[in-house]
Design a protein around this ligand. Structure first.
Ligand code: ATP
Ligand code: MG
Length: 259
């Protein structure tokens, strides 16, 4: 189920603006990869190219290749909608569907993907996904209540449940804890640790301790100057990156001597 990701010489544009240049990296299956770097260096932009969400913006395009499980996701025969269904995404702000119950929120993606689910199939997916997101015990007695009635941390775990309900091959997370308190953050970090047994996880975070705690590999993105494209400076095992990075530029950022 979990797949490897290979990115080769990827350039990412918004219209004529080259936002990110020349990214190559290999992401292992069943691992957590963190992206760090200053605001505007293209972490979110790059993350969105991994499930073809980038192209949703008019004029946005990429050059280079991204393969997931050996398949070029930008090949002309590939349907971007199918890619987005296989590669789940969790955003900075929890975004449950406001009019839906907890139960229906979990099933929202799964219902798009498959033929009609029977009640018992649906029940099974809901319990499995909410348990996987470590939320089941908190909500099992109020599944029919609105998803918006949960706390922020619970809503974020609901969004993770919704993402894993479709059994994705990869889970992308863009600053999933930045709107959460330390306890909810810790719950999500524990969850990420659990989920990596089954999924390939890529997470963007501004929290270096978080990157150090949750990830196996870390990629540091930076900008040469304002208006220049972002690029991947260094990519290595997290422990190496945070103790003995190869480049002074990485060392400066990690130790807070940046900008
Ligand atoms: N929809 C868009 N249209 C045009 N340019 C964009 C768009 N989204 C982002 N950009 C530009 O692309 C560059 C990278 O932005 P991106 O949001 O990927 O950075 P980031 O590293 O995620 O920053 P942050 O840490 O603040 O979230 C920036 O110059 C930004 O202004
Ligand atoms: Mg961002």
């Amino acid at each position: 189920m979990a797949q490897a990701i290979e990115v080769s010489d990827l350039d990412i544009y918004y219209g004529d603006f080259l936002a990110v240049q020349g990214v190559s990296m290999a992401i292992r299956p069943r691992s957590v990869t963190a992206f760090i770097g200053p605001s505007g260096c293209g972490k979110s932009t790059f993350l969105r190219t991994l499930n073809r969400m980038h192209e949703v913006i008019p004029g946005a395009k990429v050059r280079g290749t991204v393969t997931i499980g050996g398949q070029d996701i930008y090949a002309s025969a590939v349907d971007p909608v199918a890619v987005r269904r296989k590669i789940g995404m969790v955003f900075q702000r929890p975004n449950p569907f406001p009019t839906m119950s907890i139960y229906d929120n979990v099933l929202a993606g799964a219902r798009l993907n498959s033929r009609r689910l029977s009640r018992s199939e649906a029940d099974t997916i809901v319990e499995r996904s909410l348990s996987g997101a470590n939320l089941w015990n908190e909500v099992k007695d109020r599944l029919g209540k609105p998803g918006m009635g949960l706390s922020g941390g619970q809503q974020q775990r609901l969004c993770i449940a919704r993402a894993i309900a479709v059994s994705p091959e990869v889970l992308l997370m863009d600053e999933p804890c930045s709107a959460l308190d330390p306890i909810s953050t810790s719950a999500i970090e524990d969850l990420i640790h659990e989920l990596k047994k089954d999924y390939t996880i890529v997470i963007v975070t501004h929290n270096m301790q978080q990157a150090a705690r949750v990830s196996d590999e870390t990629g540091f993105f930076n900008l040469k100057a304002a208006g220049e494209p972002g690029h991947l400076v260094e990519f290595d095992a997290t422990e190496q990156m945070f103790t003995k990075p190869s480049l002074p530029e990485t060392e400066a950022y990690i130790s807070g001597r940046f900008g």
